[in-house]
Ligand binder design. Structure first.
Ligand code: CUA
Length: 336
């Protein structure tokens, strides 16, 4: 029989181990909150998923505790070498029956959740079509009166109201995911997928592409703003409007061919290849969540496009004379 003393630790080692475990736990918990956390849910679907996670984590802890207890008993010699029958009970009970019961219970709980997670939003709900592009998001709000409002890389939602997302892709497979609001859904070329969400608290969250889709996959994000209903209605009304009157910067925009790829409603720019820029100045970020929309960001984007977002389709415009660049930047910033 082996003595348990062979496994004893000095008080100093125990202390160091305890500190290491605490530090690891604290470090990993830091990642559990924030604008992109599935464990700090802000929507009905995300709450269900977070609950499933905690039940599964609980089940895992129970299984591990049993295993550790069995291992500890063996080391300490509590399982006598002579009682084979007892050992068999431990193996069958702890190694087969118990994990099967725990995992089956978790499976049944998880499967029971599935219908609610794939259900469609009620008829007449706000519907937003989102198309995944390398590497940005084309968004189109379908309003009850039949009108559509195009925008890109930002979603705003009214709190407490269901929303139906209609998803597809124009190139490769992407995956639409707002961790704070719900689960992810693949965006597949040539196929339409659906995802219904119900935001339950206001705030700013982050959506991401959850499927590797090429060079700048990690730079394919979007902002999600959940607002009070009145604020949302005002925002949507403002997004419906064409761009404010054009300026000298608007002339620079058109003269350099930007309108071949980008649309700015109310101007001759009607391009469909890149993001709609009608109200780009009002967005929280540019380059699909890559740069915060703050002074200097448009200039950086225009001058170093391929450095900010490697392999991006848009060419950089660093060759523009300084005065034209200033006008262009001012114009884009003014598109509120
Ligand atoms: Cu789109 Cu990854």
């Amino acid at each position: 029989m082996r003595s348990g003393a062979a496994f004893s630790m000095s008080p100093l080692t125990k202390h160091a181990m305890a500190r290491l475990i605490l530090a690891t736990l604290a470090f990993s918990l830091v990642g559990c909150s924030g604008e992109q956390s599935a464990l700090e849910p802000a929507g009905r679907e995300a709450t269900r998923i977070a609950r499933l996670f905690w039940w599964m984590a609980g089940g895992t802890v129970i299984v591990w505790l049993i295993m550790l207890w069995l291992g500890w008993s063996a080391v300490k010699g509590r399982i006598s070498e002579n009682t084979e029958r007892q050992a068999r009970h431990y193996i069958i009970g702890g190694g087969a029956i118990f994990p099967t019961v725990v995992l089956a219970a978790l499976l049944i709980y998880g499967l029971g959740m599935l219908p609610a997670l794939v259900a469609r939003a009620p008829e007449g709900s706000l519907t937003i079509a989102v198309t995944g592009e390398q590497w940005w998001w084309r968004m189109s709000y379908h309003l009850p009166d039949g009108e559509t409002v195009e925008l890109a890389n930002e979603i705003r939602l009214p709190v407490g109201e269901p929303v139906q997302f209609v998803l597809d892709s124009s190139d490769v497979i992407h995956s639409f995911w707002i961790p704070s609001l719900g689960g992810k859904m693949d965006m597949i070329p040539g196929r339409v997928t659906h995802l219904a969400l119900l935001p339950e608290r206001t705030g700013v969250f982050r959506g991401i592409c959850a499927e590797y889709c090429g060079g700048s996959h990690a730079l394919m994000a979007f902002d999600v703003v959940v607002m009070e209903k009145d604020d949302f209605a005002r925002w949507l009304e403002q997004q419906r409007q064409p761009a404010s009157a054009t300026s000298a910067g608007g002339e620079v925009f058109l003269a350099n061919g930007c309108g071949a790829c980008h649309a700015i409603r109310g101007t001759p720019a009607k391009g469909l290849i890149g993001p709609d820029l009608t109200h780009v100045g009002s967005r929280r970020s540019i380059g699909a969540g890559t740069l915060k929309n703050e002074p200097g960001a448009f200039r950086k984007w225009l001058e170093q496009t391929d450095q900010v977002k490697p392999q991006v389709l848009m060419p950089h415009f660093g060759m523009l004379p300084a005065d034209e660049m200033d006008l262009l930047v001012t114009y884009l910033e003014s598109l509120k």
